[in-house]
Design a protein around this ligand. Structure first.
Ligand code: PSU
Ligand code: MN
Length: 299
């Protein structure tokens, strides 16, 4: 059922490091052409460090691990790509549709393919005002279920961070700060919330991943990697933009899976494009750290 690219197949066969990448960030998270440039750049960064990138998506009803450049272009340009969480799989597969996998969709496929390390921008989680609309991303459930370590800059900035951290604790997901004691807040390096543990180099993280997976404890790990200093944004300014975007979202009646793409577009406009520049910088940095961890990790 899975179609691995020749490069990913060969790397897995030879026990060489592989880094999984999601595709919602390409189709629904960033505008064209920045999305395509980033999709290509993160693959190049991972390759340069000595790991094989495996961007994951469903193309015409076929689950693919490792995409061609034409497929990246399709995901970056097409209007008909479905944002794919677990609940969308059967429809997309049976109707031969094309789906860009969220973190939740990508974790499922990475686990099927046997890829334990996955880089993304920000994890989905518990949305602000959760008691009104019950919006909690499937990302948290799938991370809790599968043996995958995600490297991200914390969770999406638009979320309720403390509630998301509580939820991760309930689900048994280990949260590690990479070179930080504080849980990063996506566009900013710090937040008022601490991580459970801090590790400072790829070798220690690789050892932790081994300890978890070798112990037979099922479930994932979140490695929270702060945005690089030079790309981080002012906390007060970001909070203002996020609050304004949330007000506009309510007015426009946006709900469900459309929320994240809507808010990212609004926040980009409200910050004069600065949020987009930061999002790109943090994603590249996460790809770099994930590749370093993958290289340090011996399957
Ligand atoms: N964070 C971003 N950009 C994104 C996403 C997260 O900065 O595009 C995507 C990821 O694919 C994540 C998804 O898995 O949003 C979560 O969506 P939802 O909250 O609808 O589950
Ligand atoms: Mn949701």
């Amino acid at each position: 059922m899975l179609m691995l690219s020749p490069a990913v197949q060969e790397a897995l066969d030879q026990n060489r490091p592989v880094v999984a990448l999601e595709s919602t960030i390409i189709s629904h998270g960033l505008p064209y052409p920045e999305n395509l440039a980033l999709a290509r750049d993160v693959e190049a960064i991972i390759t340069e460090i000595g790991a094989t990138p495996a961007t994951i998506a469903i193309i015409d009803g076929q689950i693919k691990v490792g995409l061609t450049d034409d497929e990246l272009v399709l995901l970056a340009k097409s209007e008909n790509v479905i944002k794919t969480s677990k609940r969308d799989f059967a429809y997309i597969l049976s109707q031969n549709k094309t789906g860009a996998t969220t973190v939740s969709g990508t974790v499922i496929i990475a686990a099927m393919a046997g890829i334990p390390i996955f880089a993304t921008g920000g994890l989905g989680g518990v949305h602000r005002g959760v008691s009104d609309h019950w919006d909690i991303s499937r990302d948290l459930e799938e991370l809790a279920l599968h043996n995958v370590a995600i490297i991200s800059s914390g969770v999406k900035s638009i979320l309720d961070i403390p509630k998301t951290l509580e939820y991760l604790e309930t689900k048994g997901v280990e949260v590690i700060g990479y070179q930080t004691d504080q849980f990063p807040a996506f566009y900013t390096r710090s937040s008022p919330y601490s991580v459970d543990y801090r590790l400072d180099n790829p070798e220690d993280v690789a050892r932790l991943i081994h300890a978890k997976f070798d112990s037979g404890l099922e479930g994932g790990i979140l490695i929270a990697n702060p945005i690089p200093k030079e790309a981080s944004l002012d906390e007060a300014l970001m909070e203002k933009a996020i609050k304004e975007a949330l007000i506009q979202m309510e007015k426009d009646g946006v709900t469900g899976k459309a929320i994240t793409p809507y808010l990212l577009t609004k926040i980009k406009a409200l910050t004069g494009g600065e949020s987009l520049t930061s999002n790109i910088a943090l994603m590249k940095n996460n790809a770099k750290v994930a590749a370093q961890i993958a290289v340090a990790y011996r399957p």
